[in-house]
Design a protein. Sequence first.
Length: 256
Amino acid sequence: MTLSHLICQYCSHRNGGADSRCAHCGAPLTADAQPEHPVGQQFSTMTGRLMHGAEHAVEDVAKTAEGAGKEVASDAAKIITERLASMSWRTAVAILVAMVILAILVMRSCSGSTPDLSSVGGLGGADGVLGGGSSSVESLPEPLRGAANCRSADPSGASESCVVEANSALLSGGITGGRSLTVSVQREQPNRVADTIARWRAAGATTVADGTVFAAVGPSSTVMYADSRSGLRLETGAFTDRSGARTFLQRSGLLR
């Protein structure tokens, strides 16, 4: 609803609706409509300010999202601004608050760091031992690796069972009595190799090399070998005698 007022054409004095002439100067009057309550004018002013602030807020959100790779935010900002203009001031305020919270979340997500994955997938230490799931046979010296036919004894590949055929050059001279040779190859943590070597010694093995690489011939003329750096260890089947076992250690490249 509106309330009619009469405005003087000469001095712009506001007169009552019953006046026929300006009470101030006597000039003719013209009608003028004004809001009945000043609250309407305040609401209009508040809405205008909100819309103005909404435009800036939307632009800030669009810039932040664009910096994070959200190129679609620019077009969305225009649509949101148009929608805000047609909403009540309470709805507009609620949307603005939500947009500010969204902008804060976007900025925080952009400043976050990605997890370091460089150490994932390996079990080994600084020297890479037991890392990446590589086969234990790959750690064997070339002469033995090339002559042995191996199959995995467990899914991890840390333990493999190998066979060197009787006609292999590594077994020439009858050092196995014409039989093929079984070789058990296994990897273990380097700090456990010392326990393995201690067990071999206790079993009566004759030491051939004792250092970073340990090699010995067992009581049944078998070869026992362990490398404390790589964690590689192996045990063979029996040779015809201790001399044959020592010969195999040299030919296979286990002793260099």
